[in-house]
Design a protein around this ligand. Sequence first.
Ligand code: ZN
Length: 284
Amino acid sequence: METIPKLNEDQLKALTAKFQSKWSTETYHEIFLNHDSWPVSKLATGGLLQTIDDLFAGHIDNAFAIVRPPGHHANSCLSKGFCVVNNVAIGAKYVLEKGLAKKILIVDWDVHHGNGTQELFYNDDRVLYISTHRHEEDFSHYPGLPISGYTYCGEGKGLGYNVNIPFQANLPLILDPNFVPLRRPEIGDNEMLYVFHNIILPIAHEYQPDLVLVSSGFDASDGDLVGYNWESNAKCGEAVARALLSTETPPVPDLKETDIYSGLLPTVKEIIKTQSKYWKSLGN
Ligand SMILES: [Zn+2]
């Protein structure tokens, strides 16, 4: 931990460089605190728990908890990646300990992998964790960990209850000699819809959760370059609220393999093959 008010410009630059070096091996984990961070974090988590209570009391059918700071990088002992405590994980544990539900699905569509959430439920069959996230083979995208890969499926009782969908388009597995690996491939709505329809929704229907929690980070949206863009945040927030309030869902195009980025397809096929060991709905 470092305090910054007494540091000069050079010291601040050096500290910033330290923060931005390899996250997985450094003591620092992209976490910035001030005097209000802890009380605000408790308010955020408390807001989510109150929302869960209201849901199970039947006062509401669904809810959108607009809480900051976020949570999915924090685990039980470390705050990381702007996340002080893991709100969704605490929410899931709260539901289980109160006996409100037996099976919880956590869907995490933030552009980063929720490594903290994965770690907290890796051995637990009561919580199915499914994450879509950008992932690079050289681990250059935060959180930059091997555990964000699709071969990490849980262990012990939790085996089969962890589904990683890395948008990992520069795999060396691609055999096409004309393929030029792209650092930032065109992953967009089609790719997201395709994995929802071909991986996430079939597994979710098969699992039949009592409760669905969504780690609804909007940093995968168009226009968001570094984690926050107020305009795209506002649009995404409105879209989620409209979907929750509406009885009708917008039409979804019937996408084929040829509609998605070709560099991603081998990864998608490998994910389906890997997860089909645990989920019948993905077989054939
Ligand atoms: Zn994120």
